[in-house]
Write a protein that binds this ligand. Structure first.
Ligand code: SAM
Length: 215
């Protein structure tokens, strides 16, 4: 019961933090706490390339959970390599989903408020979704976001790929950023979901991607 109430409170706080930030910067990487566009897009590439690697042929449906203002869909459309992906976007924040729906260049029907896919898709993908913690209690934050992963997993027919900031010891920084211990998260995903590969990119040394596939 306590963890349910905590999850609801975190949801409210997450919405408030991102709504304020978005009001200040709008549909721009800074509007959702990314330091620059290059790093935002590099993360998309790492995650989406993993999906294409494990599913080398045919169309693949992806749910972008924590889609922000829809930047991943722009990225997919601008890169022919991702033609095979059928996109849907979800975000816990109605303000951001409204921004996606009101963006004439984006297909409004593809975006929904939520913290998990509404229907079964091939892969859930989350970029930066769980980076901004709204508590200083790392144990509670991990309990919360692992619960979110479990919800997404239930709707992911083939797998799930997400990134986290990482550090030797899991902690929440003074600025509220969550840093994960890679071994712990990998062990959790392996025990609760499926085969879990850790993907590192030397140009993003604090970032780690986790690619989980069903057997
Ligand atoms: C750092 S932004 C990244 C946005 C987008 N993935 C990108 O890279 O452009 C994190 C986004 O995740 C959303 N978010 C945070 N927690 C979430 C959750 N549990 N479920 C769904 N969305 C969430 C926030 O509202 C925010 O839009």
């Amino acid at each position: 019961m306590k963890s349910i109430l905590r999850g609801l409170r975190y949801g409210r706080l997450i919405r408030r933090v991102y709504t304020r930030r978005f009001a200040k910067y709008g549909s721009h990487p800074a509007g959702i706490f990314w330091s620059n566009e290059h790093r935002q897009l590099s993360r998309f590439k790492i995650l989406l390339d993993q999906i294409l690697f494990v599913q080398p042929k045919g169309t693949v449906s992806v749910a972008d959970v924590g889609c922000g203002y829809g930047a991943m869909l722009y990225f997919i459309r601008e890169n022919r390599a991702y033609d095979r992906l059928v996109y849907s976007g979800y975000d816990i924040n109605p303000t951001l989903i409204k921004a996606c729906k009101n963006d004439a260049r984006l297909p409004s029907k593809r975006f929904h408020v939520g913290d998990r896919p509404l229907t079964a898709i091939d892969f859930s993908v989350m970029s930066g979704t769980y980076n901004m913690a709204v508590t200083s209690d790392v144990k509670h934050w991990e309990e919360y976001f692992l619960g979110c992963l479990r919800s997404c997993w239930r709707y992911s027919r083939k797998g799930m790929v997400f990134n986290l900031l990482c550090a030797e010891q899991s902690h929440i920084s003074d600025g509220g950023l969550y840093y994960a211990n890679v071994h712990r998260i990998r062990a959790y995903c392996k025990a609760n979901f499926g085969i879990t590969r850790v993907v590192r990119e030397p140009r993003l040394p604090s970032d780690v991607a986790f690619m989980i596939t069903r057997v």
